[in-house]
Design a protein around this ligand. Sequence first.
Ligand code: FAD
Length: 429
Amino acid sequence: MGKYDVVIVGGGIAGLTAAIHTAKAGKRTLVFEQQKRFGGRAITNKKQGVYFNLGGHALYKGEAYEAFRELGLRLEGSTPSIDAYGMWKEQVVPLPTNISSFFQTPLLSWAGKLEFAKWFIKLGKMDTSVWNEISIRDWIETQLHDPMLRNVFYALLRTSTYVLAPELHTAGPALKQLQRSLNGVRYLDKGWGTLVEELRKLAVQLGVELVSDRKVGIIEHQDQNVHSILCQDGTRIEVSNVILTTPPSISHKLVPHADQTALHTWNDQSIPVTVACLDVGLRQLPKPRNQFTYGLDRSIFLSNHSREGKPRPAILSDDGTQLISLFKYQGAQTDAAKDEAELEHVLDVVQPGWRNELVIRQFLPKMTVVHDFPHMNRTEDPGPAVPEIEGLYVAGDWASHGELLVDASVASAKRAVSHLLNTREEIKR
Ligand SMILES: Cc1cc2nc3c(=O)[nH]c(=O)nc-3n(C[C@H](O)[C@H](O)[C@H](O)COP(=O)(O)OP(=O)(O)OC[C@H]3O[C@@H](n4cnc5c(N)ncnc54)[C@H](O)[C@@H]3O)c2cc1C
């Protein structure tokens, strides 16, 4: 298959981003993806004219957004307002996110409302890194006084991070993500598949060779140097730089003697985060005002991704069908039937009569949102280089140095490339 400077394993957002940056630096780059199409967990499937991501996806204005903008991606879509409701004891009640809901909501006492307003203002300019050493639970329990406000913050931080373990998630990165969500997220037209397609096209324009339907089996190394990559179909490529964007468990399996490397620690310390996702396409909303609801006494979240926003609603269907996404945040034990029934029940409460408006639905019982996150039991941040094997790098949403979700995929991909380029330059000198 020719000679390459860099081979990247995995063609999701991390892999495509890394490939674009190595190619921009003049490196001959090849990407292997085991699936038939590129995009990993960021693909979109169109069913009956409705664009379904693998569960609802929102682009925060973080590292990924900045990097995609720098690359010239269009990222067309909508930024909906943050007006929100909470679900508490089977009722849908407004959260005090604007003047009218501030006065009207029965959810919080006056003291609670004032405390909420104080934090709302403070969060906007707070240096969140001050809270990098404590958990979300410790932050909430020491900083917030009103018991209901604590429930609200548990829900806000869970929704921003997808993690149902406030005792484990470090507070700093979670609060930063919440800050970003207050600045408005973006729902992308026709789903995240458009983002993947833009990245894929750019990679091709830059000369990256993209090979799909090809599963990598072994990263061969000798004398602490990568020397080749072997695919399961027998294809072998000689190469001295490999960026793995596979999950930590797979990265560990692909590298012989990984137990003697940092890959062992990174795999051992990783805690995957999963959710059940129910997406429904509805002709119209039975309760048009209930578009964005946090579970306050249940670990759920509901958002209408087609709702009005700037500059207009996101285009998520060909005929105006509204796309509502729900999540059930999961712990270690999961039960698909129970999760589905709970999400349907939430819809019954928030959008009663939704079944009569149903066009199409998608239920995904257990999706891995991230393979790891910044948590209190981490012994070290993964990557960018595997120190014991020259030429081996890692990236992906688990290789976070404080970033969350796709921001971690993109930031870690850029870190891997920049480390690779600097190391190789040093070796040349
Ligand atoms: C339900 C859900 C909701 C989410 N919501 C958000 C959100 O709102 N905001 C946000 O920022 N992020 C969100 N995310 C997270 C985001 O989708 C992921 O962080 C991101 O897509 C991960 O990209 P990646 O490249 O790191 O990993 P992946 O997309 O998993 O890519 C890894 C690729 O490697 C390939 N691969 C694996 N093994 C091999 C092998 N042996 N050989 C070749 N290829 C291999 C896989 O097929 C895959 O394509 C969400 C994720 C889910 C599941």
